[in-house]
Design a protein around this ligand. Structure first.
Ligand code: SAH
Length: 231
């Protein structure tokens, strides 16, 4: 069974969006992953089809109703559905390459895209939603987060990336940021390519790449460097 993503959103037309192009788009066409969207508004019960209401306790904005979202989730996935139920949320665990790998190895994901001020806490608790954040900033909705999460996952699904080697040295895979890249022309505005890369000496090249990766990580990401050297 191919990886299946079920997206719960107020904006189903945003999908597949960027995921319909390039690597993920070709993989979708080939059936290496599947995409289903559900309009949360279809589960509204009043004649205005409203999905949100004012926050209990007062304050700005609106909150997605627990009952409507729960109906949408239950309809997208039966209790036996093994797929993790994810809520895109700035309060969630920051997305990591490691979590993307785990998800890519699994049967898929049900992904809830929040809007407004967010969603009623009772549906998060009642449906055991795993909250995932894509970074420490606020987006206006969960859709771009869901697209980001899926893009990270899809390229790791077996068969999606042609040259699996390119995945292995990628930033975060080794605990380090990746080394710099160069290609033709040999001279760009008077700047050449580091000599070692044109030497044909594979051992030297890989030593250079490793040392550049370490240097970059140390400079730019002391947090990653700390974990790398603590291993
Ligand atoms: N009031 C909330 C933010 C709501 S933003 C708070 O302060 O925590 C509206 C929706 O956008 C959220 O429900 C979530 O689904 C999505 N969203 C916003 N920022 C996000 C982020 N960094 N990562 C993942 N989803 C995010």
């Amino acid at each position: 069974m191919a990886f299946k993503a079920s997206i719960l959103t107020l904006y189903p037309d945003m999908f597949p969006g960027p995921l319909g192009h390039s690597l993920s788009g070709r993989a979708l066409d080939k059936g290496l992953w599947q995409l289903e969207t559900r309009q949360i508004r279809d589960y509204a019960t009043d004649k205005h089809r409203s999905v949100d209401d004012t926050p209990a306790g007062g304050g700005a904005g609106m909150v997605l109703r627990a009952d409507i979202l729960a109906s949408a989730i239950d309809d997208a996935a039966s209790a036996e559905d093994p797929r993790p139920r994810i809520l895109m949320s700035p309060r969630g665990k920051p997305l990591t390459q490691a979590r993307a790998h785990e998800l890519a190895e699994g049967p898929g994901a049900i992904i809830v895209c929040g809007r407004f001020e967010g969603v009623d806490q009772r549906v998060i608790d009642g449906r055991a939603l795993e909250e995932i954040s894509i970074g420490d900033y606020i987006l206006s909705g969960g859709e771009i987060g869901a697209i980001t999460l899926l893009d990270a996952i899809i390229r790791l699904i077996p068969g999606v990336m042609g040259n699996m080697e390119s995945a292995d040295t990628e930033s975060f895979e080794t605990g380090l940021l990746e080394h710099p890249h160069y290609t033709r022309p040999a001279d760009f505005e008077g700047v050449g390519i580091p000599e070692v890369l044109t030497s044909g000496n594979h051992k030297k090249i890989s030593e250079w790449r490793q040392s550049e990766a370490e240097k970059l990580t140390k400079e730019r990401r002391p947090d990653l460097w700390h974990d790398f050297t603590a291993e």
